[in-house]
Design a protein around this ligand. Structure first.
Ligand code: ZN
Length: 286
């Protein structure tokens, strides 16, 4: 090669036998920049390869991330889908409803001064009477049963109109006003001081509130199922006829009005209009 710093450079190509085969004439300035061109091309190639490798790496990362997200999504779907299943939601709803009603029953009992009963065993046995029922049907059965129980307990006179000892029981006794003869006592008498609270023993509506012969100031409450309670000899009445009263609600105050020998509460339970022994309505076990 013969390179001269002239405007034009001649490049002579020789074969193995040093015989002249070809000669090229190029501008010298281009020849001088040949290294620059070479580096330029090399730089571009390096950049391209680098870029390709970088993009490939990025893509791999994204793929991995995508896989991870998909796995999490499937997991989440599973977690969300489970409660949507009929069994999951229904069972929870029915159980909650049942528990609510049992709490209500225990509340009724507590207000009457009685101990609530245990909720153990509800939902485990009982409804398994031959035919195989679905979980949902079992829950529905219990729910319906408890619904009736709530109503029955709420509207059945139970417990004490006031917490104190009896001074007189239901049945025949010697007449306190006429010694030597017997009289029928249609209720039970509770000890008390004038002004002590007298509480209704079940939900119901007031059918009488006022002076009632020998009973003096008297309140009668109808509870459905042909049951009625009567509170006599009151010093004060605080309810009116037609008023709805709830179990445990105050209806009046202890007194000694009417045919009475001393301050006490006369309490009656009437079934179909006839007095029955209130002792049978003092606890759940009767
Ligand atoms: Zn009495």
């Amino acid at each position: 090669m013969n390179i001269k710093h002239t405007d034009i450079t001649t490049i002579i190509v020789l074969n193995k036998n040093k015989q002249h085969t070809k000669s090229l004439q190029i501008k010298t300035k281009h020849l001088n920049r040949l290294w620059h061109y070479g580096f330029g091309i090399l730089a571009v190639v390096v950049c391209l390869i680098g870029g390709i490798l970088y993009l490939k790496h990025q893509n791999e990362n994204k793929e991995a991330e995508k896989k991870l997200l998909m796995a999490q999504l499937i997991k989440l779907k599973g977690a969300v889908a489970a409660p949507k299943a009929d069994k999951g939601v229904s069972a929870q709803t029915y159980i909650q409803s049942i528990q609510l009603k049992l709490q209500q029953i225990n509340e009724y009992l507590r207000k009457r001064g009685l101990k609530g009963f245990s909720t153990k065993g509800v939902g485990s046995s009982g409804a398994a009477d031959g035919a195989k029922l679905s979980d949902k049907d079992v829950y529905l059965n219990y729910d319906e049963y408890l619904g009736r129980l709530v109503s029955a307990v709420g509207y059945t006179p139970m417990g004490y109109p006031r917490i104190s000892s009896f001074t007189s029981f239901f049945g025949y006794r010697s007449d306190p006003f006429n010694t030597g003869s017997a009289e029928f006592h249609p209720g039970i008498d509770f000890k008390g001081q004038k002004g002590d609270e007298v509480k209704c023993t079940a939900n119901g509506s007031v059918v009488f509130a006022g002076w009632y012969g020998g009973y003096g100031n008297c309140v009668r409450v109808a509870h459905g199922n042909n049951l009625e309670t009567l509170y006599g000899h009151l010093s004060r009445i605080i309810v009116k006829v037609g008023q709805q009263v709830a179990v445990g609600e105050k209806v009046g105050e202890v007194g000694s009005t009417g045919h009475s020998t001393g301050t006490h509460l006369h309490y009656e339970v009437r079934k179909n209009g006839r007095p029955v022994n209130p002792v049978n309505f003092l606890t759940l076990n009767k």
